[in-house]
Design a protein around this ligand. Structure first.
Ligand SMILES: [Ca+2]
Ligand SMILES: [Ca+2]
Ligand SMILES: [Ca+2]
Length: 223
C-alpha cells in the first residue's frame, strides 16, 4: 500500500525534459539582427523554465577612418536588464525580454548606444534574439599623446549571450495540490477559484470553469 502511494506520488511529479542551451554572438553596424536557434523545444510542454543572459556588449569606434575596438562596455549597462530567469506557463510565444539596452560608455551623461532587445521562445519552440532600433552615437575617447581626448563615432555593437530553456510536462494536471490523487480536495480548489485562474485551471485555458471540473471528475482517483 505504501509502495502504491509512493508510486502515485512519483508519477505525478512534473517531467522535466532536457535543457536546451543556445549561445548567440551577434553584431550590428545599424542593421537589425534576427537570430534564431538551430533547434526547438517542444512547444506543447506545460511550462518552460528559462534563463537568459547577455554576457558581453562591446563597441567599435571609428577615428580618422580607422576602426578601433571592440571596447567592452558591458559594465555600463544595468545588470538587471542583462539577466533574467523565470518559470512560465505554456503556450509559447514566451517573451523573456523586450526593452532597450542603453550604454553611456564614456560616462558623460549622454547615451552613446541604444538598441531594442527582444528575446523570446516563439510559437514553434525556437529561441529568438532580435535587435532593432539601433542607435549608434559618439563617445569621448582618450587617444593618447599627442591626440588627447577625441569625440569619435561608434561604428558597431557586439552582443554575446545565451538562453537556457527547459520544457516541463505536468503529467497529472487534474491533481491541483500534487498529493497524488484526484479527489474532492481538487474539486474544492477548482470551486474556490471558480471564474478566476490558478489552481483548478487544469486545461490551462486561463479560467476555471465547467470544463476543468469535468476534467477533474474524469481523472478521479490516483494519478
Ligand atoms: Ca556618453
Ligand atoms: Ca490532489
Ligand atoms: Ca480552464
Amino acid at each position: 500500500m505504501k509502495f502504491t502511494s509512493l508510486l502515485a506520488l512519483s508519477i505525478c511529479l512534473p517531467v522535466v525534459a532536457d535543457t536546451q542551451h543556445w549561445d548567440f554572438s551577434e553584431n550590428t553596424n545599424g542593421n537589425n539582427v534576427n537570430w534564431i536557434s538551430p533547434n526547438a523545444v517542444d512547444p506543447n510542454a506545460d511550462q518552460f523554465e528559462y534563463q537568459y543572459e547577455i554576457t558581453y556588449v562591446g563597441v567599435d569606434v571609428v577615428f580618422l577612418g580607422q576602426v578601433i575596438g571592440p571596447e567592452d562596455v558591458t559594465d555600463q549597462i544595468d545588470p538587471e536588464i542583462l539577466f533574467g530567469a523565470d518559470i512560465v506557463d505554456s503556450p509559447p510565444p514566451i517573451v523573456m525580454m523586450d526593452e532597450p539596452l542603453e550604454a553611456d560608455a564614456d560616462e558623460d551623461g549622454e547615451i552613446d548606444i541604444a538598441v531594442n532587445t527582444f528575446i523570446q521562445i516563439n510559437g514553434k519552440g525556437f529561441g529568438q534574439f532580435d535587435v532593432t532600433e539601433v542607435f549608434l552615437g559618439d563617445v569621448w575617447v582618450d587617444m593618447g599623446w599627442p591626440l588627447g581626448w577625441q569625440n569619435v563615432d561608434i561604428d558597431r555593437i557586439y552582443m554575446n549571450g545565451y538562453m537556457d530553456i527547459t520544457p516541463i510536462i505536468i503529467v497529472c494536471p487534474e491533481d491541483t495540490d500534487g498529493d497524488g490523487f484526484v479527489n474532492v480536495t481538487d474539486i474544492l480548489a477548482a470551486i474556490g477559484n471558480w471564474g478566476g485562474s490558478g489552481a483548478g485551471d487544469v486545461d490551462g485555458s486561463g479560467i476555471v470553469d465547467v470544463s476543468d471540473l469535468l476534467a477533474i471528475v474524469g481523472a478521479w482517483g490516483p494519478c
